[in-house]
Design a protein around this ligand. Structure first.
Ligand code: FMN
Ligand code: SF4
Length: 426
């Protein structure tokens, strides 16, 4: 295993690492001091752009470019911090907040300084009570020491940071549904344009970034873009918080350079497949991604390398299944999730997710036939890229990918057979 120093989780094992005193003692709030004391907002934005930081919330959109879309002269702008994290197999935001809430807050303040924002809302999933409390306590500590509030560090920069406890649904993490939720409405996505960078929270220009994206900003400002780019691939530098779950010996969150091979994550860090079994398949980017088989796990875990082989990194939720698990059973579980979480605003997703779930139930109970497989394919194709938000495409992706890659499993189910009698390793 190569020598690697964690960046985002470096205080995870530090005693009282969530407290301001320890944070300051270990270099905390230096980046904010540096920015306010020596850098213009534009210089901070340029450094983040030069670092080529890509958003960790799933799409991998360049953060500096996103910030640059906001009108410079707008008198009121907002930051919405996405800590909703509700996809199965994804839990790195929670671990990051639990380990180092001040790192997140410092990243938030740096974003606000760069973009000219004076108010930030951290939208955290309602069930994550501990995370909300830690953040609230950290904000109170930071406010008492002059890092949050009016005239931060006696400069002209003022910024308030609030914790907003979410409504406890996957759709609340979709950026415009999140804004609706903060505004007190039912969390349903907005149609775009206008985009949030122009008309966002309370009708004002708004940045929406994931917790891990913003936490990464702190060290970019502190150590510079060149240091950041020395980690991971040039197209997506920095570290990634990979969430390992399923049939591995050591499930958990592993911070590694972006682009770490999937095989290394499974076999070295997560300890390999448990109970002496062989690998069946891996879901590399949580519920919305296409499963990979053993012959594909040397892939680098970054946005582009995974897209090249027809799947997604998402927010880094890696679900490992051993050879005893049938892919159709996993697909049925995902379909049930998406059916439950569809907000119902648009027809292909509202109706399609119900059909997907019912068809997979039929195929898994031996009641289905070849026409059910064909209907599943046709419905999933009609959902893909034809909905108001990406949830419809997310629900379609694992189904379409599996139909392409595991046709023999579908054929066995369509014939009423047991999937586990089909070779698990393509
Ligand atoms: C259904 C749905 C759920 C989402 N959930 C989250 C989430 O929990 N956290 C998150 O950061 N992004 C989530 N996203 C992506 C956000 O819409 C948005 O792209 C992201 O927060 C942008 O942050 P980033 O640029 O830092 O990645 C979700 C998207 C969709 C369509
Ligand atoms: S795709 Fe689904 S979740 Fe998204 S707006 Fe349409 S119905 Fe709602």
């Amino acid at each position: 295993m190569s020598a690697f120093e964690p960046v985002l989780l470096r205080r995870a094992a530090v005693e009282r690492g969530t407290e301001l005193e320890v944070y300051e003692r270990t270099g905390g709030y230096q980046a904010l001091r540096k920015a306010i004391g020596a850098l213009t907002p534009q210089q901070v934005m340029d450094e983040v752009s030069a670092a080529n930081l890509r958003g960790r919330g799933g799409a991998g959109f360049p953060t500096g470019r996103k910030w640059s879309f906001l009108p410079k002269d707008a008198p009121l702008k907002y930051l919405a911090v996405n800590a909703d994290e509700s996809e199965p197999g994804t839990f790195n935001n929670r671990v990051l907040i639990d380990a180092d809430p001040h790192l997140v807050i410092e990243g938030i303040l740096l974003c606000c300084y760069a973009v000219g924002i004076s108010e930030a809302y951290i939208y955290i999933r309602g069930e994550n009570v501990q995370g909300a409390r830690l953040l609230e306590r950290a904000i109170a500590e930071a406010r008492a020491k002059g890092y949050v509030g009016k005239r931060i560090l006696r400069s002209g920069f003022s910024c308030q940071v609030h914790v907003f406890r979410g409504a406890g649904a996957y759709i609340c993490g979709e950026e415009t549904a999140l804004l609706e939720s903060i505004e007190g409405r039912r969390p349903q996505p907005r149609s775009r344009p206008p985009f949030p960078a122009v008309v966002g929270l309370f009708g004002k220009p708004t940045v929406i970034n994931n917790v891990a994206t913003l936490a990464s900003v702190t060290d970019i400002v502190d150590r510079g873009a060149d240091w950041f780019k020395s980690i991971g691939p040039a197209t997506a530098p920095g570290t990634m918080l990979y969430c390992m779950s399923g049939h591995v010996r050591r499930p958990g969150v592993y911070e590694r350079p972006m682009g770490t091979p999937l095989r290394e994550l499974i076999e070295e860090h997560a300890g390999g497949i448990r109970d002496g079994k062989r690998l069946g398949f891996v879901i590399p980017g949580a519920a919305a991604s296409t499963a990979l088989v053993e012959s594909e796990i040397d892939v680098a875990m970054d946005y582009d390398a995974l897209r090249e082989i027809g799947t997604e990194l998402g927010a880094g939720g890696i679900i490992v299944m051993d050879e005893s698990v049938c892919i159709l059973k996993t697909l049925e579980r995902f379909a049930k999730f998406f059916r439950h979480e569809s907000c119902g605003k648009c027809v292909p997703c509202r109706e399609g997710t119900v059909w997907q779930h019912r068809l997979l139930e039929r195929l898994n109970t031996g009641l289905g036939g070849a026409s059910d497989v064909a209907t599943l394919k046709s419905i999933s194709e009609q959902m893909n890229a034809k909905t108001l938000c990406a949830l419809g495409s997310f629900a379609a992706a694992p189904q379409l990918g599996a139909l392409r890659k595991f046709p023999e499993h579908f054929a066995a189910h369509a014939a009423g057979g047991c999937p586990l009698k089909v070779p698990a390793h393509a």
